[in-house]
Design a binder for this molecule. Structure first.
Ligand code: NAD
Length: 362
């Protein structure tokens, strides 16, 4: 399937903005509407280059729409009419694909306030798929919905357990992962009940440019650069798999265009490491001492280990991660060194607006 008009939700966030850039740069011919409400995690500055090259003053294949995925009227109109707020008639082409990133995404925030996670992640997803289903019933067309889920829905592994496969039962442990599992299940139910043309992806921890500095990698880089203590939960032996966001973007495009409807695909970087080893590695890259590491009380319900078996996407779609972790972390550190203005502004604006500062990382 080659979509003509893609609706990307949450495209001003970390993964969404990288995905939009990747798709437009790879000459896929597609037009993209980015629907994002701009929470503290959404930042149009991350898309300034995209807007310049592909927005109304560029080749016109990209537009941004500020709005909430829970807004019935807006989502309904967008799907029914392609909606043309700018008067540019070519945007009238109906949406024929949705890649759904929009979410509350930080575990620590979900522990402090679970309700917003249910609102956005569960109710927001329901609004989207319900409107898409209604629209397809009225005006059937070749259409695809990609739901971006997470490895966290599988729960936690012991050190010697085999990696998660797509058939591992879901057992979420945090309000964040429970809300993601809720939306994951809703999408699955729409496939089974209504024949809704959806595909679910579950990915591991992403890292790379434009990630909000509350998440582990950018938090540690930015704090180290400022000689601030680096808070590490518990004994630091929690293990995560790390996926470069560019590899993730390529995988999602492949799933969207060539994936089998109704399927789930795990996406991972095949790069497991403990949080402590990762932090030590980052400190070496920025030439700062390990004495900056500060062990802090463990996160409630902290999952011990995630690991992804990615043999299905490799076998069926031929996707493999191209970054190894060492190379990926090096280029990420370089990016944060070269884009100090970006993260300093993000921190100032976001944290001025937010009532509290959440220091600890996902
Ligand atoms: P992010 O927090 O950086 O961005 C989320 C975006 O969604 C923001 O731009 C925000 O403004 C927008 N948004 C929030 N609520 C909205 C609403 N009601 N309507 C419209 N827009 C809204 O998140 P991310 O790290 O880019 O993650 C994207 C997706 O990938 C999420 O669904 C997340 O659960 C999933 N995921 C992320 C990771 C990771 O490592 N970052 C890992 C696994 C899965």
């Amino acid at each position: 399937m080659q979509p003509k008009h893609l609706l990307v939700t949450g495209g001003a966030g970390f993964i969404g903005s990288n995905f939009i850039r990747w798709v437009l740069e790879h000459d896929t011919g597609v037009r993209i509407t980015n629907l994002d409400v701009l929470t503290y995690a959404g930042n149009l500055e991350s898309l300034a280059d995209v807007d310049e090259r592909y927005g109304t003053n560029g080749d016109g294949r990209y537009r941004f729409l500020r709005g909430d995925i829970r807004d019935d009227q807006l989502v309904g109109r967008l799907l029914a009419e392609g909606w043309v707020p700018t008067g540019r008639s070519e945007w009238g082409a109906p949406v024929d694909g949705i890649v759904h990133f929009a979410a509350e995404s930080h575990v620590d925030r979900s522990i402090m306030g679970p309700a917003q996670f249910v609102e956005t992640n569960v109710n927001g997803t329901l609004t989207l798929i319900e409107h898409a289903r209604g629209e397809l019933a009225e005006r059937p067309r070749d259409f695809r919905f990609v739901h971006v889920s997470t490895d966290e829905v599988y729960g936690s592994l012991g050190h010697n357990d085999p990696a998660f496969t797509e058939t591992t039962p879901l057992a979420p442990n945090s309000p964040y992962s429970a809300s993601k599992a809720g939306s994951d299940f809703l999408v699955r139910a729409y496939v089974e009940t209504f024949g809704f043309p959806a595909i679910i992806t579950r990915c591991s921890n992403n890292y790379g440019p434009f990630q909000f500095p509350e998440k582990l990698v950018p938090l540690m880089i930015t704090r180290a650069l400022e000689n601030q203590p680096l808070p590490v939960y518990g004994d630091g032996q929690n293990v995560r798999d790390w996926l470069h966001v560019t590899d993730h973007a390529a995988a999602i495009w492949l799933v969207l265009t060539r994936g089998n409807l109704g399927e789930v695909y795990n996406i991972g970087g095949e790069a497991e490491t403990s949080n402590l080893d990762l932090v030590r590695h980052l400190l070496r890259l920025v030439s700062k001492p390990e004495s900056l590491i500060q062990f802090v009380t463990d996160r409630l319900g902290h999952d011990r280990r995630y690991a992804m078996d990615i043999s299905k996407i490799r076998r069926e779609l031929g996707w493999v991660p191209t970054y190894d972790l060492t190379e990926g972390l090096e280029s990420t550190v370089e990016w944060y060194l070269e884009h100090r203005g970006w993260w300093e502004r993000v921190l100032n604006e976001a944290y001025r607006a937010a009532s509290a500062m959440y220091l600890l990382a996902s």
